[in-house]
Design a binder for this molecule. Structure first.
Ligand code: IFM
Length: 464
């Protein structure tokens, strides 16, 4: 018995009773290219908006960048072995567009494609399913120089990129996610300025949101034209239960607005083919005419998907405020929070799943991200105790079990994240990994939560 197995054994006593995974269900882990790969200048990769943003003083905590990150571009083989050792069944990674098309247009960079091809093949050899995301925020900087997602032409460039990648990797990757969390890209990147490209213009952010959604529709079409039978396509949205901090009309209205801003603005066009009317009115009143939408766009956005990806972390409690975006701000959390200050509420995941099913779609659901950052202790004798993360995982896995029992059709669960990594504007200060990374030595140490997850998977499989 290895040290890892011995420690995993101890988690069984404290661990939750696993749910019975339905046929086809897979337990996975997720990452994203800029957050783990490093090697930003290797093999012809072009500059992305996150390289530019991170290298702009004052944008990222401690001046951190993704230049090295987890050095995964060079260590991918041992990272695949690591996943195998944790008995992970599915791996969601993202493809860096600037590795495939360094300037976002035209010539395809073979070395970039080969990297992802080798990765996907090696996952498959170990029986780990590869799930690829096309866009996890690293737009080629050259496209941003020409207007980025504010420019309609970027949508066509993205569809072209999707077609190239789908054509090359479709034989090894069956499941494809077009866009990840377009709310973050559009609004945190272009209205609030907290993420790349760091703009603070609401009119731009609204156009960007529309173009991102349209790019999902166009990429879906492009992927379908090249993927072999069995290929499946979906989008990943980050969804939040939004709760009024106080049960009165002003707070309920604040919750409706926040829900419109973070959830419905994306769910409605994807599943109902229309933007929510109350939000259209609000944006037109407060920002100006929504001039990006053309005939046929909403039909393209609502093109049927094969699955729906839900990223869930926390509920939002809100209150009215003249200063907040659209006059709403976050209120105090109730109960425990993570290192990000995000309220911990596994029940919120069940609420989201029920809402999606009741109001939007009966498509199979992949929980494409779920996880937590905490201030972990440094490894001691090869051990990192992270009881809070372990409890977070156990609680959310139990919630999925309950949702399944209530009839939800959940087919994947991806823990965010396999590794501690570059947490965007927070740099390396926030650790989401179930595996600890020493950023000086690049040593990987599975935390107690990773061993809990491995043990959970083993027990779930034994029972099934
Ligand atoms: O790290 C991010 C990820 O890139 C997108 N979803 C949320 C995670 C935690 O903030």
């Amino acid at each position: 018995m290895t040290a890892v197995d011995a420690r995993a054994g101890t988690t069984a006593e404290a661990g939750a009773e696993p749910f019975a995974p339905p046929p086809g269900f897979r337990f996975g882990v997720a990452t994203a290219a800029y957050q783990i790969e490093g090697s930003t200048l290797a093999d012809g990769r072009g500059e992305s908006i996150w390289d530019r943003f991170a290298h702009t003083p004052g944008k990222v905590a401690d001046g951190d960048t993704g230049d090295v990150a987890c050095d995964h571009y060079r260590r991918w083989r041992s990272d695949v072995e690591l996943m195998d050792s944790l008995h992970v069944e599915s791996y969601r990674f993202s493809i860096a567009w600037p590795r495939i098309q360094p300037t976002g247009v035209g010539t395809v960079n073979r070395r970039g494609l080969d990297f992802y091809k080798r990765l996907a093949e090696s996952l498959r050899e170990r029986g780990i399913e590869p799930v690829a995301t096309l866009y996890h925020w690293d737009l080629p900087q050259a496209l941003q120089n020409g207007g980025g997602w504010d420019r309609r032409d970027t949508v066509e460039r993205f569809a072209e990129y999707a077609r190239v990648v789908g054509d090359e990797l479709g034989d090894v990757v069956a499941s494809w996610i077009t866009q990840n969390e377009p709310w973050c890209t559009a609004f945190l990147g272009n209205a609030i300025g907290r993420k790349a490209p760091g703009l603070t213009d609401w009119a731009t952010a609204l156009r960007v949101s529309h173009h991102l959604l349209l790019s999902h529709g166009r990429a879906t079409e492009a992927l379908r034209s090249v993927l072999p039978g069995g290929g499946e396509v979906g989008i990943a949205l980050n969804l939040f239960p939004v709760l009024p901090a106080v049960d009165d009309e002003a707070h309920r209205e604040a919750a409706r607005v926040r829900d419109g801003y973070v959830n419905r603005w994306f769910l409605d066009p994807v599943f109902k083919g229309a933007y929510p009317e109350d939000m259209v009115e609000r944006y037109e009143r407060e920002v100006g005419p929504l001039n990006a939408v053309r005939d046929g766009d909403l039909e393209a956005i609502a093109a049927p998907c094969d699955f729906f990806g839900v990223n869930y972390y926390n509920p939002m409690r809100v209150e009215p405020s003249p200063d907040g975006p659209l006059h709403v701000r976050d209120a105090e959390s109730v109960g425990p929070v993570t290192g990000m200050g995000w309220e911990i509420d596994p029940d919120g995941l069940k609420q989201i799943l029920a809402r999606v099913r009741e109001e939007y779609t009966s498509l199979p659901i992949m929980i494409t991200e779920n996880g937590s950052a905490f201030e972990d202790a440094e490894p001691a004798d090869g051990v990192v105790e992270d009881p809070q993360r372990r409890a977070y995982l156990a609680g959310h896995l139990a919630a999925i079990g309950e949702a399944l029992a209530d009839g939800a059709d959940v087919t994947r669960y991806f823990v965010w994240s396999l590794l501690d990594n570059f947490e965007w504007e927070d740099g390396y200060a926030q650790r989401f990994g179930i595996v600890h990374v020493d950023f000086e030595t690049q040593a990987r140490t599975p935390k107690a939560s990773a061993l809990f997850y491995k043990d959970y998977i083993d027990r779930a499989r034994k029972g099934s």
